[in-house]
Design a protein around this ligand. Structure first.
Ligand code: AMP
Length: 244
């Protein structure tokens, strides 16, 4: 493919209406990393409920205080609080052409709420184009998840995600390749909290994955494949979803 063709395709991707896209997967499946890559490809925002909650904790807001205690224990934040956060974020003008939800929904209740919210707020042009909600599930086996979660490091400045236990490690250990900031480990990436988060995933989030599977809306992608392979498969699924 010529450079010119690639440039035209990349420009087109940044002009089309996309999704909405929901990115699912257990903690450590690579949702954050892939959401950033898909977001850059289509030029649409990544909406990570975990990131919004962590911002609230850092800013010491009332929501941050309520959520922080639960997050440190690896528990989910109540549906109503997260749904209000998503309502506020989706109302921003940058979501008009599409968005990627990363870490939301996480329960059947949140998924049902999202269906109603998107329909009510005209995120779909017509009833039939509701099919355009693209739900991507990244699958990774349990033992790999543990290694990824314990090795995860994040740049507090640019948000780039590294992993000391995989090929995604920083060039200089503990330092961001992009801006030289010291990388940090998330508070909930501790062994005891990790096992609680994985337990909650099986108990509260897996039934929601089945909710989308029953509606034939689930696209499964092997989250253990190379980064580029996963992104290409996700982009294809989103483009196919757009054509429905
Ligand atoms: P994440 O960054 O997606 O791994 O989320 C970190 C933590 O934020 C989770 O373990 C939950 O405590 C909380 N959280 C993020 N998204 C949600 C959600 N959709 N519903 C409930 N809690 C959430």
């Amino acid at each position: 493919m010529s450079t010119e063709t690639i440039t035209v395709q990349a420009t087109k991707a940044k002009e089309t209406v996309v999704g909405p896209v929901v990115l699912l997967g257990p903690p450590g499946a690579g949702k954050g990393t892939q959401a950033k890559r898909i977001s850059a490809h289509f030029g649409i925002p990544q909406i990570s409920t975990g990131d919004i909650l962590r911002d609230n904790i850092n800013q010491g807001t009332e929501l941050g205080k309520q959520a922080g205690v639960l997050m440190e224990r690896g528990e989910l934040v109540p549906d109503e609080l997260v749904q209000q956060m998503v309502t506020d974020r989706l109302a921003k003008p940058d979501c008009a052409r599409g968005f990627i939800l990363d870490g939301f929904p996480r329960t059947v209740k949140q998924a049902e709420w999202l269906d109603k919210h998107l329909a009510k707020n005209h995120f779909f042009e017509t009833d039939t184009s509701c099919k355009r909600l693209v739900v991507i599930q990244l699958t990774v086996e349990y033992t790999k998840l543990l290694g990824r979660l314990t090795g995860r490091r994040t740049c507090p400045v640019c948000g780039h995600i590294y992993n000391a236990n995989t090929s995604q490690r920083a060039k200089v250990e503990g330092i961001c390749d992009v801006d030289g900031a010291t990388l940090v480990t998330r508070k909930d990436d501790r062994d005891d909290v990790i096992s609680q988060r994985l337990k909650n995933y099986r108990r509260q989030t897996l039934p929601m994955v089945n909710y989308y599977a029953r509606k034939n809306r689930l696209v499964e992608i092997d989250g253990a494949a190379d980064l580029e392979v996963i992104t290409a498969a996700a982009v294809k699924a989103i483009e196919n979803g757009n054509r429905l």
